[in-house]
Design a protein around this ligand. Structure first.
Ligand code: PGA
Length: 245
């Protein structure tokens, strides 16, 4: 299992980022070690968080990256810069990136291919909007997003999927464990012979609802937004995950 914290555009001041990372590190210290842990802070504090977590079980990820190594791409971040800092994971194609920054299946694929080439662990986010679910298109949409990666040749042992129904992100409306399981099972089928790939659930995961989700057969962890901004609730979710392994 993997429990990953996506801080989004929060905790980006150095003092608050270091404090949160330190508290997660302390909280993770007494855990049993059965679950992988990752936090993804904003770019500007990545190096501080890497330093704070050095030598601990908590790994560091970026929330995005570009698909070229270097060049005239104003404002973008190369995977080489991330590797140089000691970053091991990258989140790709989060629904907020697809919505606000017009990322498409094609650009997410390019990024996944680059992450694969570089040996980063890459979490590719997929998920339908409320309108798509109401129109009965949830599996079509998620299937298309997953296949864009798999058919595009971006599978590797470092690939992780995160199913994050857009209507459940930051809304407090968590998917029921059964609904999430159904989609996770569907993604697992699409993976075919690579069915060992981790599939995380994301969308309003909190200590109160984590157990039901993490007990499901095809849910291999969580991508946690809001509840990862507080070390206590984030560590609680990791503890629950340890009980569900
Ligand atoms: P949330 O965010 O837990 O705040 O809903 C999850 C995510 O967007 O990764």
């Amino acid at each position: 299992m993997l429990i990953a914290g996506n801080w989004k555009m929060n905790k980006g001041k150095i003092d608050e980022a270091v404090a949160l990372a330190r508290d997660v590190r302390i909280g993770a210290y007494n855990l049993k070690g059965k679950v992988d842990i990752m936090v993804a802070p904003p770019f500007t504090v990545l190096s501080h968080v890497v330093d704070t977590l050095k030598g601990s079980r908590v790994k560091v990820g970026a929330q995005n990256m570009f698909y070229e190594d270097a060049g005239a791409y104003t404002g973008e971040i190369s995977p080489d810069f991330l590797l140089d800092l000691g970053v091991e994971y990258v989140i790709l194609g989060h629904s907020e990136r697809r919505k606000f920054f017009h990322e498409t299946d094609e650009t997410v694929l390019q990024k996944a291919l680059k992450a694969r080439e570089k040996g980063l662990k890459y979490i590719v986010c997929v998920g339908e909007t409320l309108e798509q679910r109401e129109r009965g298109e949830a599996k079509d949409v998620v299937g298309r997003q997953v296949k864009a990666i798999l058919d595009g040749g971006a599978y590797s042992e470092n690939l992780i999927f995160a199913y994050e129904p857009v209507w459940a992100i930051g809304t407090g409306k968590v998917a029921t464990p059964e609904l999430a399981q159904e989609m996770h099972g569907f993604i697992r089928e699409l993976l075919g012979e690579n069915r060992d790939t981790l599939i995380l659930y994301g969308g309003s995961v909190k200590p109160e609802n984590a157990e039901g989700l993490l007990r499901m057969d095809d849910i291999d962890g969580a991508l946690v937004g809001g509840a990862s901004l507080n070390a206590e609730s984030f560590v609680k979710i990791i503890k629950i995950a340890e009980e569900c392994v």
